[in-house]
Design a protein around this ligand. Structure first.
Ligand code: NAD
Length: 243
């Protein structure tokens, strides 16, 4: 399977990668859907919404504070590093990550969209301005802007729209790139879950890497069952020998 993926990638002059929470699992960051994805008695999907924040910003911020604490101790793993190496191998390369942990950025990758935002960035609920808030743990919960309004994490919650400029960029990539690697995503969170179908409709090829089958598996040209931290470095090593 890995060899077949390398064959596809070798023939391609452009590479798009989409990642989800699974790529950061080997850095010790819990995914949303999985046995380690639980937090107290809440479901992530019930906390990551504008309604939950409106109702109870303190609980939502406690959850983000807990996640930020875990992420602050985490490091990019072999999967993140392999993706940075793929960027170095291709003239046309882009990464769309659904992750908000910032770990891809810490590998030095340049061509990337964090399509669901970044949880180290906050947004003033009154003024709309965004800035980094790196305190972990937070000094006050919920944290407040200098204007006095509550700050929120600058992430896209369930029920919210992805900023239009990022969607436009994603569609341009999906319409013009030849090959897509989809790594560590359950393929159920829209609109990103529909991205592979768009690329495929344009004649593109898809390689999926996940520890289990997903709704994307049947669409993929190659579906590799395995950990991103193991499979991606194998792919990079194989490609380096021939590119
Ligand atoms: P998800 O939690 O729905 O699914 C995770 C997927 O990763 C599953 O399909 C699982 O089988 C797979 N996986 C787990 N470990 C893996 C490994 N080592 N190698 C390969 N695959 C592995 O995550 P999602 O699809 O990204 O969608 C959920 C939303 O959750 C996204 O919007 C994302 O922003 C958010 N989220 C982000 C983080 C983060 O930033 N690290 C963590 C949790 C959730």
């Amino acid at each position: 399977m890995v060899q077949k993926a390398i064959e596809i990638l070798k023939k391609s002059s452009s590479l798009l990668v989409i990642t989800g929470a699974g790529i950061s699992a080997e850095s010790g960051i819990p995914t949303f859907r999985g046995k380690d994805g639980l937090w107290q008695n809440y479901r992530a999907e019930d906390l990551a919404t504008p309604w939950a924040f409106q109702r109870d910003p303190e609980t939502v911020w406690k959850w983000y504070d807990w996640r930020r604490g875990i992420i602050s101790k985490a490091k990019p793993n072999k999967g993140h590093i392999a993706i940075k190496e793929l960027e170095d191998l291709y003239e046309r390369f882009f990464l769309i990550t659904q992750n908000v942990d910032g770990l891809h950025g810490r590998t030095g990758i340049k061509n990337m969209i964090e399509i669901h935002g970044n949880l180290w960035r906050v947004r003033c609920t009154k003024e709309g301005r965004t800035f980094l808030l790196l305190d972990t743990p937070l000094k006050e919960i919920p944290p407040r802007c200098t204007c006095g309004a509550i700050l929120r994490p600058d992430v896209v919650w369930f029920g919210e729209s992805i900023p239009q400029d990022l969607m436009d960029k994603a569609y341009t990539l999906l319409n013009t790139y030849e090959t897509l690697i989809v790594a560590g995503t359950s393929g159920v969170v829209y609109p990103v879950a529909s991205f592979p179908t768009i690329l495929k409709a344009n004649g593109g090829k898809i390689v999926e890497i996940n520890i289990e089958k997903t709704p994307i598996s049947d669409l993929a040209d190659i579906s590799i069952i395995g950990k991103t931290g193991e499979i991606l470095p194998e792919i990079v090593e194989g490609l380096k020998k021939i590119i």
